[in-house]
Design a protein around this ligand. Structure first.
Ligand SMILES: *[C@@H]1O[C@H](CO)[C@@H](O)[C@H](O)[C@H]1NC(C)=O
Ligand SMILES: *[C@@H]1O[C@H](CO)[C@@H](O)[C@H](O)[C@H]1NC(C)=O
Ligand SMILES: *[C@@H]1O[C@H](CO)[C@@H](O)[C@H](O)[C@H]1NC(C)=O
Ligand SMILES: *[C@@H]1O[C@H](CO)[C@@H](O)[C@H](O)[C@H]1NC(C)=O
Length: 345
């Protein structure tokens, strides 16, 4: 993490110019940052570690990549990925001036046979166009790029709400099947368990999927209890994924296939933690002595289930603070199974 931050900073100095953003990416009307997911499909067989390197993941972020793909935490980096297999890439999206772009983490060094269109299409599986790469890197003539030139790859993204709710956005690139056909909007909506209306709302109303169209999909997600002052606010966890937060000290999992599921945030186990990251402060729920509630229950534990089995009290993760000494906050919440916590479209 630290390493990638410094690298980003250095490159920020080298590439100081911004495009006039309006022609780029998705619309993103609220100026803020959020977590974003993108579906990447490598052209050739590769490994998870090559994909992590390509997208600028630091060593400590590898677990985040595993989480977004719901892969076991001990999945080795050399695990192979078949050609055209979709791997979900999690990143931070920043919205400014009406457009969303990935933060400065994905950089690409030009190789000897590269040209911009190949970089966007073949290497980044059409998540970005050559025009977008040219604009962000102030390249006037897209045919003139230098070998070893370092390019910022402006993956498009959005943090916009849908109908006043925060959503977990996912960039889906439309690709043709073996018969050269592309899915209809109805098929795409069905695949992701969302409605056609929500796709139309999020993608500007007029959406006709064709090869390489990027569609912004509002994934089913469970909202967390994280407060607005916490650096990870709003923490939304998409269905079938897990994520790490609070400097990798807390692991949050959401599986909407389980009927009574809710977002579960628990202390990370030692093997989830990168070996030389700082130690984790404890997260505990204290001081809620109402009937049946255990004091000092640990983060993620049910502290009380009543006789009818209806109300659970649960020690929920509510945020963290980076000031020294770092703290993780938690508080007892009542859970009436999930409905109040789901955001489903
Ligand atoms: C991957 O997809 C591309 C484009 O859809 C296709 O041309 C190619 O043959 C596929 N590769 C494999 C190994 O299936
Ligand atoms: C956004 O617009 C403002 C004013 O038009 C400008 O000063 C700023 O540099 C722009 N930011 C980006 C990231 O384009
Ligand atoms: C994929 O493999 C082919 C054949 O080895 C190679 O020519 C091509 O450059 C590779 N594409 C990418 C994006 O690595
Ligand atoms: C949880 O529900 C109980 C009733 O079952 C109520 O007494 C209590 O105040 C509620 N606690 C919170 C934090 O809402």
């Amino acid at each position: 993490m630290l390493f990638s931050k410094y690298l980003s900073f250095i490159l920020l100095l080298l590439v100081p110019t911004f495009p006039s953003a309006n022609s780029l990416g998705f619309t993103c009307t609220t100026a803020k940052t959020c977590k974003w997911l993108a579906g990447y499909a490598p052209l050739n067989a590769t490994t998870l570690s090559n994909i992590a390197t390509l997208f600028g993941f630091g060593l400590t972020d590898f677990s985040t990549l595993l989480g977004a793909n719901n892969l076991p935490i001990d999945t080795p980096p050399y695990t192979s990925v078949a050609a055209n297999e979709t791997i979900v890439i999690p990143f931070t999206c920043s919205c400014q001036n009406g457009t969303g772009m990935a933060d400065y983490t994905t950089l690409y060094t030009v190789q000897s046979d590269d040209f911009l269109d190949r970089i966007g299409r073949d290497i980044f599986s059409s998540l970005v166009t050559y025009q977008e790469i040219a604009a962000v890197n102030s390249i006037n003539n897209p045919n003139l790029i230098d070998v070893f030139q370092v390019l910022r790859i402006p993956l498009p993204c959005s943090c916009d709400d849908l109908d006043g709710n925060q959503v977990a956005h996912y960039a889906h690139v439309v690709r043709h099947n073996n018969h050269g056909e592309v899915d209809t909007l109805e098929m795409i909506a069905k695949q992701f368990g969302v409605t056609v209306e929500s796709l139309l709302k999020l993608n500007g109303g007029n959406l006709e999927p064709s090869e390489e169209t990027i569609i912004d999909i509002p994934l089913r997600a469970c909202a967390s209890k994280v407060g607005s002052t916490s650096p990870d606010y709003p923490l939304l966890v998409a269905h079938g994924t897990y994520t790490f937060t609070a400097d990798n000290c807390v692991k949050c999992t959401y599986d909407s296939n389980n009927k009574n599921s809710m977002l579960r945030c628990e202390p990370s186990s030692s093997k989830d933690k990168f070996e030389y990251s700082s130690p984790c402060p404890p997260g505990k729920c204290v001081g809620h002595g109402d009937k049946g509630t255990k004091l000092n229950s640990a983060l993620g534990q049910n502290s009380y289930i009543d006789d009818s089995g209806c109300y659970k009290r649960y020690c929920a993760y509510t945020g963290f603070e980076t000031e020294y000494p770092p703290t993780i906050s938690a508080s007892i919440v009542n859970i009436t199974t999930c409905p109040g916590e789901y955001i489903i479209f």
